[in-house]
Design a protein around this ligand. Structure first.
Ligand code: ADP
Ligand code: MG
Length: 375
């Protein structure tokens, strides 16, 4: 079932738009969601994630555009007929009903026969590991358990799609991580399509097969976490996901730029960089290696490496890793991250060189300062 590669997407968003008065909350989004995938909408607060999800669920009506399920329009299909389950941050459980009856509720309103209903509830109780709590009221459960009940209740009538809007947002970090692992397992076991909303990039990375990055009502990056992280499509995504070193330079050819006294190389781009263009080079801190001057002499620079001379400003021990900030002659600050067991701390004031592989250099010629300034 998982190997089946249906070419038609399960859900298609076409130029989906939502305006509140003159404010555009969702700006002509196009997106195809495949059957069985775990897709996450990731973006900062106000970027349009929940509005998009609500339109798929049928709680909000698009101003224009189209939502297709199996190639059929959902626009005039009421929410409860869309075959979509939904879980929010704030669980709306019935406090006076047992866990079992809370979970059975969607089946009761669908008038599912008793025996079938009980079997389904038992199965789902097992899936979310709440068998021992079935007879308790939700008021006696912890936050994580309550959210498992909410997930179970959304799954029990076997919706084709499960939409989740920051469902773990109210829980603390450790519990959130446990539930993320559980959710991934549930997704794997059921093969259901999940569209998940979060502003937490670790959560998005941990859960999703694909991530759609939202910014001001638009999707500005779409791909696997790995892909978006290693090869961000633009400077905003690079800056938003993880940590980045940005180096502003002027191109001197389609694959070289000048920085201080050094020439920095980058891969030729599909749309070649213009000579004299002001471009941005991006290197992830873990790809930037600090070498003492002595080490640098012993390891000659190869053609695929870039090098910049700098001085160590500060080294910070973070447990499994160190971060080392260095500063160049012109005041460019760069961050290197390395695994503690392989290296030791380098004293502030030490002259060093930093090196990185040309293949680890991302290049942007269309960017704004606000793309790389973290709010
Ligand atoms: P997110 O979920 O990414 O935090 P939302 O989709 O909830 O963002 O909201 C996107 C933007 O639309 C926000 O600026 C928000 O203030 C605005 N918005 C959402 N709902 C309404 C509404 N009912 N009326 C007016 N503005 C709204
Ligand atoms: Mg939201």
């Amino acid at each position: 079932m998982t190997t089946q590669q249906s070419s038609a997407p399960l859900v298609t968003l076409k130029l989906l738009n939502k305006e509140y008065g003159r404010f555009t909350a969702v700006n002509k989004i196009n997106l195809e969601i495949q059957q069985g995938e775990f897709l996450t909408f990731l973006g900062s607060s106000g970027s349009g994630k929940s509005t998009t999800l609500s339109m798929i669920a049928g709680f909000e009506t698009p101003t224009s555009g189209e939502i297709l399920l199996h190639n059929k329009s959902l626009i005039n299909v009421p929410s409860h007929k869309r075959g979509i389950g939904m879980v929010f941050q704030h669980y709306s459980l019935f406090p006076h009903m047992s866990v079992r009856d809370n979970i059975g509720f969607p089946l009761d309103i669908r008038k599912t026969p008793k025996a079938e209903r009980n079997k389904k509830v038992d199965d789902i109780l097992k899936l979310v590991q709440l068998e021992d709590f079935a007879e308790r009221p939700p008021t006696l459960l912890s936050g994580g358990q309550k959210q498992r009940v909410a997930i179970a209740r959304a799954l029990v009538y076997e919706p084709e799609i499960l939409l989740m809007d920051e469902p773990l947002g109210a829980l603390d970090k450790k519990l959130r991580e446990d539930l993320q692992d559980e959710l991934r397992q549930i997704h794997k076991r059921l093969g259901i399509t999940i569209i998940y909303v979060t502003h937490d990039q670790d959560e998005a990375m941990r859960l999703s097969e694909r991530i759609a990055i939202f910014k001001e009502g638009e999707i500005v990056g779409l791909g696997s976490g790995r892909n978006l992280y290693d090869s961000p499509p633009n400077a905003f995504v690079a800056s938003f996901l993880g940590n980045s070193n940005f180096i502003k330079v002027r191109a001197v050819s389609t694959s070289e730029a000048q920085f201080e006294q050094q020439t920095l190389k980058f891969r030729e781009q599909t749309t070649p960089i213009k000579t004299q263009a002001d471009i941005l080079l991006m290197v992830r801190p873990e790809n930037l290696h600090v070498l003492s001057e002595q080490q640098a002499e012993q390891e000659p620079l190869t053609v695929e490496m870039n090098q910049i001379a700098a001085t160590v400003e500060e080294t910070v021990f973070l447990g499994e890793s160190y971060t080392c900030s260095v500063v160049t002659e012109s005041g460019q600050r760069l961050m290197s991250k390395y695994i503690s067991k392989d290296h030791c701390e380098i004293a502030a004031g030490t002259d060093i060189v930093v090196r990185w592989n040309v293949n680890h250099t991302n290049v942007y010629d269309q960017w704004k300062q606000s793309d790389i300034t973290k709010a």
